[in-house]
Design a protein around this ligand. Structure first.
Ligand SMILES: Nc1ncnc2c1ncn2[C@@H]1O[C@H](COP(=O)(O)OP(=O)(O)O)[C@@H](O)[C@H]1O
Ligand SMILES: [Mg+2]
Length: 368
């Protein structure tokens, strides 16, 4: 028979054990949450950090518990990049009292930082970090599509406005032609007419590719398409001191595409590669590497250059209509290319390293 005291003691032990079990369970949940979590007490000492947060910081979890911010910043395992980001978060949340902060890490992932403090936290300071890269990608695509729809409307309006005066000029030059002939200046009339026709062709081409119309598809072999594109650009590349290397696919790859449109995309990208190589200048030997490979039910066409490359800021604006860094650029090449590839139910992606070069990858569905 247990005494009353022993009974009370046993109940207390049981209650303590069950509280511990619940505590462990919740701690386990927090530890394995997909968001990173850090909890600082009112003295600024780190009292809790979960697995994901330690992974993000690339630091051993146990060595961080008990550190204050200063000790954390001086931690031998913390790299410079993260140190700068932590200081930035500190400034934004403590000085500017912002509850949310977004940042891009060294691997190009987007993170949403949320801080919670005040009465509800008993003086503690909770910092959580969530990977929002997927949401950002969707947001950017939606934004991109909006801009492209706008571009379609603007270009149609511009083309309409430019075509009319061109037609008038063409008509009057034809009327003037006999008089110019009498003056021995027929050559001038001929040049004006060819140049007007060329301007009309450019507008026509541009409208064709920027219009969201369905592509006029035919089945072609990727290898012959690439050979043709290389043939078209090789002489210009040679003049600019670039070597073009085509790695032909080992098997026959068939795609159903609007040949004119896809050629335009490839030419745009190759032209950009030549520009990027020319920008490096000096006696830099430019190389443009083109290859096609089968990847599941698609073909991946990659165009790699060893030009100047781009930084992250530039990369994020690359496909924006009218975005250009060139004095004589239009900033339309890539936005039009993006639309064409999307119209073909394909994808276009880019990877670049400042000072090293750039690789564009286009994937298109294979004919099954
Ligand atoms: N291969 C590349 N290497 C470096 N920068 C590039 C490359 N391709 C494109 N870019 C950058 O993207 C911008 C937009 O390209 P694009 O849409 O073709 O317009 P444009 O060539 O008229 O400037 C360029 O101005 C350039 O800064
Ligand atoms: Mg271009």
């Amino acid at each position: 028979m247990l005494s009353e005291f022993q009974e009370t003691l046993l109940q207390s032990v049981k209650a303590y054990q069950s509280t511990q079990l619940v505590k462990n369970k919740y701690e386990n949940v927090l530890q394995h949450l997909d968001s990173g979590i850090m909890l600082f007490d009112c003295d600024g000492v780190l009292t809790f950090i979960n697995v994901q947060m330690a992974k993000l910081l690339e630091m051993p979890r146990q060595s961080l518990i008990g550190c204050n911010l200063l000790q954390l910043l001086r931690h031998p395992h913390l790299n410079q990049f993260k140190k700068r980001k932590i200081l930035r978060i500190y400034r934004e949340t403590i000085f500017h009292r912002k509850k949310y902060h977004e940042l891009i890490d060294e691997y190009g992932r987007h993170w949403l930082i949320t801080v919670t403090y005040g009465d509800q936290m008993d003086g503690d300071f909770l910092l959580s970090v969530k990977d929002v890269s997927d949401f950002k990608r969707i947001e950017q695509t939606a934004y991109q599509n909006d801009k492209l729809a706008m571009l379609g409307k603007i270009s149609a309006a511009i083309a309409h406005e430019i075509r009319n005066p061109l037609t008038a000029i063409r008509g009057f030059i034809q009327l003037l032609r006999p008089h110019l002939m009498q003056l021995g200046k027929d050559e001038y009339a001929r040049i004006i007419l060819t140049e007007i026709d060329r301007a009309n062709d450019i507008i026509h081409e541009f409208l064709n590719s920027s219009k969201p119309s369905a592509p006029q598809k035919s089945t072609v072999n990727v290898s012959s398409l690439l050979k043709e594109v290389v043939l078209l650009t090789e002489s210009e590349a040679l003049m600019k001191g670039c070597q073009m290397i085509l790695h032909e696919p080992s098997e026959e790859l068939l795609v159903s595409i609007d040949v004119k449109q896809i050629k335009q995309v490839l030419l745009n990208i190759i032209k950009n590669a030549m520009d990027a190589i020319a920008e490096v200048g000096g006696d830099h030997q430019g190389v443009i590497d083109i290859r096609a490979e089968k990847e599941g039910k698609s073909v991946c066409i990659s165009i790699q250059d060893n030009g100047g490359g781009m930084d992250k800021g530039l990369l994020s604006r690359l496909f924006d209509p009218f975005f250009t860094t060139k004095e004589k650029g239009t900033g339309l090449g890539l936005s039009v290319s993006y639309r064409i590839i999307r119209n073909h139910r394909g994808n276009i992606s880019v990877d670049s390293l400042k000072g090293a070069g750039t690789i564009f990858t286009i994937s298109l569905p294979l004919v099954s």
